[in-house]
Ligand binder design. Structure first.
Ligand SMILES: Cc1cc2nc3c(=O)[nH]c(=O)nc-3n(C[C@H](O)[C@H](O)[C@H](O)COP(=O)(O)OP(=O)(O)OC[C@H]3O[C@@H](n4cnc5c(N)ncnc54)[C@H](O)[C@@H]3O)c2cc1C
Length: 293
């Protein structure tokens, strides 16, 4: 298994990288952690004429909290995100989601930007970023644009990235008080890609009713479950409430069938996972409220 021939480029600055991508256009692919692209090239499912390696571009390698929001450079390794104390303090959903990605060896190399740009249907980070209302900053030779995570993912391995653009950073808004989150998934074995997954974020009012909720399911692109979110607003958390919300979350959604699972299995698994994610997120929000009312 060897890739088709390609020309390798090794920029050391962001402007060098975007100039290369601008010049090479559709003939070029960015190389980040290589955990998805290299197997695709080895199977000759991808045959880029040029590879622009981002591994020496230090400007893409940062993780910081600024003005309350979390900023993640595209080349931050998934394992770095998983182990970040800053991320865990305000955005524990990211740690939980990252922990489900493959095995630790894959997370040591795989990057946050690579996972989002690759947009694989069962990937965890796209679902988490949609739930957290993250903004993605895309950079081309001529400038930058910012796209909400929900608008970035268009379908299976398809995003709004244009030829000549790269994903530069992810900005995750500041956390609210009295908030809890949960990521749930099922896979056949530890480290396998998820068959189905759900992420929930619940914010409680001081009286314990739901003041805000976000729920996202895995699908060909992350599926925002708006009906379920509306159904829980202003209500007291209960098993019956989350059961009904989960039922609404999967009503009418489309899932794919493949050799691993049928669409019907995926829909039913998403329903169960949505219920568990909402319940756990609400429990965690209640615990946060006890810690700092
Ligand atoms: C055995 C195995 C199990 C795995 N299990 C999981 C799993 O359970 N969940 C999961 O989510 N993933 C899983 N992965 C995939 C892994 O998370 C990859 O790290 C991820 O999909 C791609 O990240 P990367 O940094 O390796 O990107 P690469 O493989 O280098 O690139 C992937 C694609 O994204 C593009 N790209 C990368 N970075 C950028 C950027 N900054 N701007 C624009 N385009 C960019 C590349 O051009 C390429 O098209 C698994 C991989 C393996 C090998």
């Amino acid at each position: 298994m060897k890739p088709a021939g390609f020309e390798y480029h090794d920029p050391t600055t962001l402007s060098e990288a975007t100039a290369l991508l601008g010049r090479l256009g559709e003939d070029a692919r960015v190389l980040a952690g290589g955990q998805s692209l290299v197997p695709l090239m080895n199977f000759r499912l991808a045959r880029p004429a040029h590879l622009v390696d981002l591994n020496r571009v230090a400007e893409l390698d940062f993780l910081s909290v600024e003005g309350g929001q979390l900023r993640i450079g595209a080349m931050i390794r998934q394992r770095t995100l998983e182990r970040s104390e800053d991320a865990a303090a305000g955005w524990p959903l990211l740690r939980e989601a990252a922990g489900f990605i493959g095995h630790v060896q894959i997370r040591n190399r795989g990057t946050v930007g690579g996972s989002l740009a690759h947009a694989f249907p069962s990937a965890e980070l796209p679902v988490a970023m949609v739930t957290l209302e993250a903004a993605l900053v895309l950079q081309g030779e001529g400038g930058e644009r910012t796209v909400g995570a929900e608008d970035f993912f268009l379908g299976t391995m398809t995003t709004t990235l244009e030829p000549g653009e790269l994903l530069r950073e992810v900005r995750v808004p500041a956390p609210a008080a009295r908030r809890g989150a949960s990521f749930q998934e099922v896979s056949r074995r530890y480290g396998d890609f998820a068959l189905a997954g759900a992420a929930a974020l619940v914010t409680l009012d001081r009286d314990g009713t739901v003041a805000g909720a976000r729920l996202t399911l895995t699908g060909s692109a992350p599926i925002r479950a708006r009906d379920a979110e509306t159904a829980v607003m202003g209500e007291k958390p209960s098993e019956a409430l989350f059961r009904e919300a989960a039922r609404r979350a999967v009503a009418g959604i489309e899932q794919d069938s493949d050799m691993h699972a049928s669409a019907d299995y995926r829909r039913r698994a998403c329903e169960a996972l949505a219920r568990r994610a909402l319940a756990e997120a609400a429990q965690r929000a209640a615990a946060a409220m006890e810690d700092s009312p």
